[in-house]
Design a binder for this molecule. Structure first.
Ligand code: ADP
Ligand code: VHF
Length: 362
């Protein structure tokens, strides 16, 4: 399974004022165990602001955006250094990927971020993602890492999103305020009753409370990814959640991944058209990728990441897909073998013009 794991500040601190190293060791061990069992893990980790506060010896907090950005700039380094050291104990290499809302809105940036993350996975590198707090002003922020982790799960079409926090799961009311509250083990549909349980922002250290976790569950489940919200301090919690054990709260997927991808590809008016030769049209119909050798013509202007129409020699539209090269560059590589791309363009975004993962057959 491809799993996105989100760790909130509350988990990383384990109720203290600083990064709780033993907790981080334990979570890294679980990531390593799942990888050894053949799963792929992508980590979305909070904790930069907190780590910056710790690194600067706990200055008085003013809670302004400028202060948070400064603390995040300091703390992101501390956070990555800590992860890199711990991961190394298990022979795992890590990559830092800092994203903002624009990386999900802008198609070219989206595709670039996705290519980087998939590249990490191909090489067995563990990507560790956070919001790029140091530069992201309020208007361009995703705002909280629960939502960010759901966007990442969609981007990578993850099989599961696990959000670990300091609560045992979603409760019938905020358990801090209402001791009678009970755990909801399974949510089939996120309706008004579920939203009513969200409460306000969470702990003084965390950002979103349950509200953003339900929001994240909604985003991910609609796109076909089930979500588990579970307590970060339970023994082997991440391993057990991935193995399908009932713990915390599990949100069932409500949409399908294919539908979500279709919406993304079809959502754009596609002015660009690629004229294919017979072999290429057949390869696409057989669920293959489109290589430059099978492109006979390129019509219109489009950028990398934009949707293009794919036309067979008889003019029939075979499908639509995301172009991996911009129109002008495609004109230069059309009809050539993929191995010549780098020589022709001076760069190379991979052998495919349209990858089969980015393709909808009509
Ligand atoms: N219905 C609910 N069920 C469980 N926890 C809730 C609920 N409503 C609010 N909360 C609060 O949300 C907190 C977790 O959110 P937060 O502090 O932002 O954590 P994190 O840092 O992991 O993102 C819990 O400690 C809990 O007090
Ligand atoms: N990006 C911020 C965390 C934002 C956030 O959503 O925090 P949390 O609610 O603890 O997951 C940081 O690294 O400090």
């Amino acid at each position: 399974m491809r799993v996105v794991l989100k760790l909130g500040t509350s988990v990383l601190t384990a109720g203290t004022d600083r990064l709780h190293r033993p907790r981080l060791v334990e979570l890294t061990r679980q990531i390593s165990a799942l990888r050894a069992a053949g799963h792929t893990v992508v980590l979305v980790s909070s904790g930069a602001v907190l780590a910056g506060w710790e690194t600067l010896d706990f200055p008085p907090r003013t809670r302004t955006l400028a202060e948070k950005q400064l603390l995040a700039a300091v703390g992101q380094g501390t956070l990555m250094h800590t992860y890199a050291m711990l991961a190394e104990l298990y022979g795992i290499r890590v990559a830092q990927v800092l994203l903002t809302a624009d990386d999900f809105r802008d198609r070219t940036r989206y595709l670039n971020a996705r290519t980087t993350l998939l590249g990490c996975l191909e090489r067995g590198v563990l990507p560790i993602i956070n919001e790029n707090d140091a530069v992201a002003v309020e208007q361009i922020k995703v705002g909280d890492n629960d939502t960010l982790s759901a966007f990442v799960a969609n981007m990578l079409e993850a099989d599961l999103l696990v959000i670990l926090t300091d609560a045992p799961g979603l409760y019938t009311a905020d358990p801090r305020l209402n001791p009678q509250a009970t755990l909801i083990p399974e949510v089939a549909r996120i309706d008004a009753d579920i939203w009513a349980l969200a409460g306000g922002a969470g702990t003084h250290r965390g950002t979103g409370g349950m509200y953003t976790k339900i929001q994240a569950a909604e985003i991910a489940t609609r796109a076909g990814t089930p979500v588990v919200i579970a307590p970060g301090d339970a023994p082997d919690v991440f391993v057990r959640a991935v193995q399908g054990e009932s713990l915390g709260t599990r949100f069932q997927a409500s949409g399908s991944r294919l539908e979500a991808r279709k919406r993304w590809i079809l959502a754009e008016i596609a002015p660009g058209r690629l004229l294919l030769d017979d072999g290429a049209a057949q390869a696409l119909r057989g669920q293959g990728s489109l290589l430059p050798a099978g492109v006979r013509g390129v019509e219109g202007q489009f950028e990398r990441g934009h949707t293009v129409r794919l036309l067979a020699p008889d003019g029939a539209e075979v499908g639509r897909g995301l172009a991996r090269y911009r129109a002008d560059d495609l004109r230069r590589v059309q009809g050539h073998h993929s191995r010549d791309i780098a020589a022709l363009l001076g760069y190379d975004y991979g052998p495919e013009v349209v990858h089969r993962d980015d393709l909808i057959l009509l």
